[in-house]
Design a binder for this molecule. Structure first.
Ligand code: HPA
Ligand code: ZN
Length: 343
């Protein structure tokens, strides 16, 4: 017999919604800021920086902490530490975002960022066995023209570990449609696409991301529950929602994870594909294991729900089809074995 806590700790996991800069450990931010002579916002204890009530407040701190990254080796360190935490939570495959555009005003080039990130990914894979790929996020607040210039840099780099792009930062008043041409260019060269939508923005931004950007994955997506017709469509089309319990409790209107009408619970119970992620773990005082705990104990995910969401995650990931089939068979069997031990 194993306990629910052991079950949650032992099951194989993947993370499809995790931001590199949001995964900077507080002490690492302080170390790097000091080394680089960068001023962080004032604090008594570093953790006190990580308090916010809205997405806007969060994004200010996220950006300020990100300014502590300057050299390729800084990127290597934070990438390595992020993936070390993933491995500690038995997260075996990770597709992570980062936010290159907010570092350009600090004179940190895309190649510097990628060089460090690639080194951190390689070191973490050999030390912990965790496989990862990355997806730079297009900052919707900076507009499509800046995004197109940024896409040129991505193309110029041509990096095999850079497999897709995201769209993030503040939603309203930045709808997805102006990014349609940029996303088409990205898709045309074989990049995968996903978009943050329906976290603070309306259900319409989810529909717009599916129709204009042609994404098959929505990051967050909680406001889908406001639109029954869109809910049904997302179910019929098998859209995958990468949800983040702790973030949802701060940035979305659903603050109580135990409430019967919490969006994530409603999405799951309706039969949408939802999978669990940590988003910006230290910045929300969490990690992937804790997010699974919240899913199980507060959002009503049964072991069978968690099994289903793991398989949905594998299918909705950017792995190749052969690896998807292998992970689904192996991880499915492993989870079945652990469910049997739950008694
Ligand atoms: N929403 C939008 N942008 C972000 C987030 C988020 O939750 N995390 C990091 N950048
Ligand atoms: Zn996010």
């Amino acid at each position: 017999m194993i306990s629910m806590a052991e079950f949650l700790a032992k099951i194989p996991k993947m993370e499809l919604h995790l931001h590199l800069e949001g995964a900077i450990r507080p002490q690492t931010a302080v170390d790097l800021a000091r080394k680089n002579g960068v001023a962080l916002p004032p604090f008594e204890r570093v953790e006190d920086l990580y308090r916010y009530d809205t997405l806007e407040q969060f994004l200010k701190i996220y950006t300020a902490v990100s300014d502590s990254l300057v050299s390729a080796d800084d990127y290597r360190r934070v990438t390595y530490e992020m993936l070390e935490s993933c491995a500690a939570n038995n997260s075996r495959y990770v597709e992570f975002f980062f936010s290159p555009q907010i570092h350009f005003p600090n004179g940190v080039s895309f190649d510097t960022q990628m060089d460090g990130i690639r080194a951190g990914m390689a070191d973490a894979e050999s030390d912990f066995g965790v496989v990862s790929v990355c997806a730079p996020g297009v900052n919707r607040e900076l507009g499509p023209a800046a995004g197109e210039d940024f896409l040129d840099m991505i193309f110029a780099r041509g990096d095999e570990k850079l497999v897709g792009i995201g769209l993030d930062f503040n939603e309203a008043p930045f709808p997805p449609e102006p990014y349609a041409a940029l996303f088409e260019r990205a898709r045309n060269v074989g990049l995968q696409v996903t978009a943050h939508a329906g976290e603070t923005g309306p259900a319409e931004f989810i529909r717009g991301s599916i129709d204009a950007l042609k994404v098959r994955r929505i990051d967050h997506g909680y406001h889908v529950v406001d639109d029954p017709e869109l809910m049904q469509r997302c179910k019929d089309e098998g859209i995958l929602f990468t949800v983040c319990p702790s973030t949802s409790a701060v940035t979305s209107p659903w603050h109580d994870l135990s409430a019967p009408d919490h969006a994530i619970r409603v999405m799951k119970d309706f039969g949408l594909k939802v999978m669990i992620n940590s988003d910006d773990p230290p910045m929300f005082f969490t990690d992937l294991g804790k997010e699974y705990g919240k899913a199980a104990h507060q959002l009503g995910f049964t072991p069978a729900d968690i099994r289903r969401s793991t398989i949905d995650a594998i299918e909705g990931s950017w792995l190749d089809d052969t690896t998807k089939r292998r992970y689904a068979a192996e991880w499915g069997a492993e989870i079945d074995g652990l469910i049997a031990e739950l008694g």
